[in-house]
Write a protein that binds this ligand. Structure first.
Ligand code: 5GW
Ligand code: MN
Length: 344
């Protein structure tokens, strides 16, 4: 056998020498010009926290996609885009670092009403806002109350200002919540226009419970009502009487928005509050009042002036509501109140 092998090789094996030379040449070439195959593995430190964030974003998207495929869940509110291509803000849809950089000189206002017994909600509201609302940004709290002297100021971070404004307290509660619109028309035009870029309007009987930051800023922003986010359009509690200026015909409308959190550029909130106030005044002349007061007028406005950004129920939640397992972050929570007690 060995003899047989020997006989298969050429006598002076020039071929093999040539091959060796060629290999040496190729190796030399690759080393000279750093052809990747010979490059030693570079030591890239793995950013595990970034990886975890990416993983949880991926999971959040997967979960939502699964929900979207579930027959008995209404699809619209679980999406991340409206049919007019406004983003619906859910956890995992944005990178807060990019947005914070974009907004490093943005001035933000938080408008809140605390009259009569609702003054008791103000301190927890403000304290929780210091913890979670627009942390690191310039914030002015616009507080309207009939008891300016009773306000207890929270400990506030730099760049945050508390403005207290006196407001008369209306006898009827329906008028209290509607007066917010009237005050907004005045303040967005006169005071806020030079002080802030964006205004966020909120109920006071709430606490911030998780991050609420610049991801909620936009030209015109509204929040999906947490009790209706899986409901069919036909069941929304829009004003359905054509005699009211808040009337929304069946078949119109996209979401049922809650008046406990909305916002936008100051001039947009001026336009919104003017329209709602006008509607309220016209209804009053006819001695009618929309079914859910200013919330009905807000919804009417937003049907025909679509919000440029929509906040998911993460931004308005009540722990008494069903389907809480679908809401991973409960960022702004209703305080459970004794209705009879606070409204007397
Ligand atoms: C009083 C009685 C009935 C309904 C509302 C009030 C009331 C509301 C009040 O006495 N004082 C007050 O400051 N408000 C403001 O209107 C608060 O900012 C409050 O968060 C907002 C809307 O009223 P809410 O919170 O009672 O409405 P729901 O729909 O959240 O229960
Ligand atoms: Mn409320």
């Amino acid at each position: 056998m060995p003899g047989k092998w020997k006989s298969m090789l050429p006598a002076r094996s020039y071929g093999i020498r040539l091959l060796v030379l060629a290999i040496l040449f190729i190796v030399g070439f690759c080393m000279q010009y750093k052809v990747p195959v010979f490059r030693p593995k570079e030591e890239h430190p793995i950013n595990w926290s970034q990886k975890l964030v990416e993983k949880s974003i991926e999971l959040a998207h997967c979960e939502r996609k699964l929900l979207l495929n579930t027959q008995n869940k209404r699809k619209m509110a679980l999406n991340v885009l409206t049919p007019w291509l406004a983003p619906i803000i859910w956890d995992g849809t944005y990178d807060i670092n990019i947005l914070d950089n974009q907004h490093n000189s943005t001035r933000i206002g938080l408008f809140v009403f605390a009259v009569k017994k609702y003054i008791r909600f103000l301190l927890p509201f403000l304290e929780s806002a210091e913890r979670y609302f627009m942390v690191g940004h310039n914030v002015i709290y616009y507080v309207f109350t009939d008891k300016v002297n009773e306000v207890v100021k929270p400990k506030m971070a730099d760049g945050r200002i508390l403005q207290l404004h006196y407001v008369v307290s209306d006898q009827r509660w329906q008028d209290v919540s509607m007066r917010r619109m009237e005050i907004l028309t005045v303040f967005t035009k006169e005071h806020m226009a030079n002080e802030i870029d964006y205004l966020v309007c909120a109920d006071v009987d709430m606490v911030f419970n998780d991050h609420v930051g610049v991801e909620i800023l936009g030209d015109l922003v509204a929040t999906i009502h947490p009790a209706y986010f899986l409901s069919e359009k036909g069941t929304f509690t829009y004003e359905r009487r054509p005699i009211s200026t808040a009337y929304i015909p069946h078949g119109h409308g996209d979401f049922y928005y809650m008046a406990a959190l909305y916002g936008g550029k100051v001039d947009e909130i001026y336009k919104l509050s003017m329209a709602c106030r006008k509607g309220i005044v016209e209804d009053k002349k006819k001695n009618i009042e929309a079914v859910w007061q200013e919330e009905s007028h807000l919804n009417r406005y937003l049907v025909y002036n679509k919000p440029t950004k929509v906040l998911s129920p993460e931004y308005l939640w009540d722990t008494n509501l069903p389907n809480g397992e679908l809401i991973k972050k409960k960022r702004f929570l209703a305080v459970h109140k004794n209705h009879k007690e606070v409204r007397n």
